[in-house]
Design a protein around this ligand. Structure first.
Ligand SMILES: Cc1cc2nc3c(=O)[nH]c(=O)nc-3n(C[C@H](O)[C@H](O)[C@H](O)COP(=O)(O)O)c2cc1C
Length: 275
């Protein structure tokens, strides 16, 4: 009997050692994503690798092929007609996961249509959900809200979003995001909060112009700004006012927040826009 108890104690110790080796969170984790032109795929793979998670791609039955404009044309038509594209059945048993990272490109301000289709076939209520996305200029906040509205009983956590033009930043940023969220072991720099905003100076206005350039979706003038120190540089949070587009009615969303990163020795870039 004594020997038997000893064996059980060793088995328990071994089990504990193995589950510790899986990282901080020994829960079952799934990375579920859609990607049309491979940006979100790269991000999803980064997440899955660091988390040691299972990964599954949402695949439309009829792929969105062709040039960018072809994809815009088809998806615009589908949106107008209110049809969601058919996607292949998912293989993952969603019920067996506690933590699900949901990744997508932003289309028309929210998650892409094939992800909307996939979400029709699963239930994320009761799950912890971490949204992540890639975009031209922004859309993380709006898409996370849409996810929460779709699954009111899910715990939608703060997400991660990155511009398609900044894919080279994902390795460092995903690492920081996962550590600061407690999803993987390790220390992440704690960022100070932005202080109160002040009217933009000429220098700050020049930083805004350098970061935004002539990006077509940001026709805006910076009005106020706050800045904080981040690892390797300074981050600015501009409040900008949309400029009226000649010949069109005044915009119904005149104000936007534009985040700009000025890393030491590099030209400033905008990292996301929140409308
Ligand atoms: C149909 C379509 C609609 C898009 N709409 C937006 C948008 O509303 N906002 C935005 O910032 N980017 C938008 N984009 C840009 C994509 O979000 C961006 O290129 C993304 O990185 C593509 O990811 P993928 O390579 O995983 O498909 C759109 C792209 C397409 C094809």
């Amino acid at each position: 009997m004594k020997k038997f108890r000893f064996i059980i104690a060793i088995a328990a110790a071994l089990t504990a050692a193995v589950s510790c080796g899986q990282g901080k969170d020994a829960r079952k984790v799934l990375v579920l994503y859609y990607s049309q032109s491979a940006n979100t795929k790269a991000l999803a793979e980064e997440f899955a690798e660091r988390l040691g998670a299972d990964i599954e791609e949402v695949l439309p039955v009829e792929r969105y092929a062709g040039a960018y404009q072809d994809v815009i044309n088809r998806s615009s038509r589908e949106r107008q007609e209110g049809v969601l594209p058919e996607v292949k059945p998912l293989k993952a048993d969603i019920a067996s996961y506690d933590l699900i990272f949901v990744g997508y490109p932003i289309w028309f301000g929210t998650y892409a249509l094939p992800m909307a289709s996939a979400l029709e076939s699963i239930d994320l209520n009761g799950k912890k959900v971490v949204p992540f996305c890639t975009f031209g200029s922004g859309g993380l906040e709006a898409s996370a809200k849409d996810l929460q509205d779709k699954f009111p009983k899910a715990e939608v956590m703060p997400g991660y979003g990155v511009r398609a033009a900044r894919m080279d930043a994902i390795s460092a940023e995903v690492d920081r995001f996962l550590k600061s969220g407690g999803y993987i072991e390790g220390e992440a720099a704690v960022l100070e909060a932005f202080p109160e905003a002040h009217p933009v100076s000429e220098d700050e206005s020049a930083i805004f112009d350098a970061a935004v350039g002539d990006y077509p979706m940001i026709q805006a003038k910076p009005a106020a700004v706050a800045s904080r120190t981040v690892p390797g540089g300074t981050e600015y949070l501009f409040t900008a006012l949309s400029q009226p587009i000649p010949g069109s009615a005044a915009s119904s969303l005149p104000q936007m927040k534009v985040y700009v990163l000025a890393e030491n020795g590099k030209a400033p870039v905008f990292t996301r826009v929140v409308r």
